[in-house]
Write a protein that binds this ligand. Sequence first.
Ligand code: SAH
Length: 341
Amino acid sequence: MKILSDYSLDELQVELADFPKFRAKQIFDAIIQSKDYSDIALPKDMINKLKENYILKPIEIYKTLVGKDGTKKYLLKLYDENLIECVFLHQSYGNTICMSTQVGCRMGCKFCASTLNGLIRNLTAGEMLSTIALVNADNGKSNTRNFTNIVLMGSGEPFDNYANVVKWLDLITDKNGFNVSERNISISTCGLVDKIYEFSKLNYNITLCVSLHATTDEIRRTIMPIANRYTINEIVEALKQYVKENSRRVVFEYCLIKDVNDREEDIINLKKITAHLLCHVNVICLNPNGGSLKATTRKEAIDFVNRLNKNGISATLRRSQGEDIAGACGMLRAKSLKQKS
Ligand code: SAH
């Protein structure tokens, strides 16, 4: 079966060439509004033909949790029964959707719940577009855009699903569809250096974020297996290239873990790492997932960020949203998988 949301409007017109041209636009609008066959006015025989080969709505809401702060966490079910997560955050500067790029993840970061059962499969570009459409429709009218920003910070490693993520970028920024500004999209990677170089050349105006989480390769290797493949130096060089090609500030994500990366020497190291790079450090407190890693307290985190700032490093502490509803990456899905087994 093919997924209709994998196609751009132009591609749909070619794919559905057996039908009158305006039908492609009708299908495309249905995708954006998260409609299924039963919700649109199409001739019965056309629907029957389409249903034989194509899935119109590959994703549905399985469970919704609403946090005290209004953060909505979704467990979504794909057409093949796989579950993914998505979060809708209400923010003063516009609502943000945080979404997944893979079912599971194979990067193996020690603190992250998404990777606990490994990678099941990649999401297609259309499944990612349909995720946005579904969550958009659940947060207002389906024919308006009810969000401003999208961050690829859910489950999965976006650059491990590179081709689909790039295709999705074209779909989500398409003027015929959601028309999201590239500037309002952030992609977070654990640091797949070869893909950072490849992506730099495409000149998208998105914000590129790299999960750093340690200031020496030695420590990084103990919490992020990808550090065995690429050094921090190699990441910084690749990011310099990204900044050069795109004139965009890059972001380091830095999740504070007690006695692992919150030491005085980490501040000195961070100063060196960020010294010649147009960048910002986004500090987060670890959301413990039951492993041996402990969180730095919020008070210590505030102090850590203050010390970074005193050292001339652009850094902020990210407000933690949705903590009461298993807010961090993959936690809700992991919980649900556990209950099933
Ligand atoms: N694979 C991508 C996107 C993943 S999630 C990446 O590694 O960047 C987005 C961010 O949440 C990453 O910085 C990730 O390291 C972080 N994260 C994952 N689990 C977390 C946890 N338990 N507490 C705090 N941050 C976490």
